[in-house]
Ligand binder design. Structure first.
Ligand code: 5GP
Length: 128
């Protein structure tokens, strides 16, 4: 069972941004930038292209809606998207409010307090 399935099942807490029957979005715990969000299918699959085309398109649709909320909630040049999965083998889309290329290199990390995470998650959620 992946760490993200544990989050989906409520065994591990998260800063939730959005949810429906098939997807959940929550803040990355070690963010590249403020508002870095992960969009995760509830069905545990390893790689993006393990998904059926229909599941893939549904994930993109949900990610689009989360990205729109992020654009409203977090000041940035643009929201960028990446799919990696080398650390957590459960499909997830990274949505990162980006101001510079370094924000998408997954090396420079932001430290946020619990209160900052809560406030960010609430603000994005309100715009979803
Ligand atoms: P990837 O698998 O795409 O290389 O990276 C996995 C991402 O998940 C990382 O950005 C990491 O910070 C994030 N992550 C790993 N474990 C947790 C967790 O328990 N909670 C949350 N919210 N994010 C996590």
């Amino acid at each position: 069972m992946s760490i993200f399935t544990k989050i989906i099942d409520g065994e591990i807490p998260c800063y939730k941004v959005a949810e429906d029957n098939n997807f959940i979005a929550f803040l990355d715990i070690n963010p590249n930038a403020k508002g870095h969000t992960l969009v995760v299918p509830k069905k545990e699959e390893n790689k993006l292209f393990d998904l059926s085309k229909e599941e893939y398109l549904s994930l993109m649709d949900f990610s689009y809606r989360v990205a729109k909320a992020l654009e409203k909630a977090v000041d940035c040049k643009r929201v960028c998207m990446s799919v990696i999965g080398l650390e957590v083998p459960h499909v997830h889309v990274h949505l990162v409010p980006t101001n510079a290329m370094a924000d998408m290199q997954f090396t420079k990390k932001e430290k946020l307090t619990n209160e900052e995470f809560v406030a960010l998650a609430n603000k994005i959620s309100e715009n979803f």
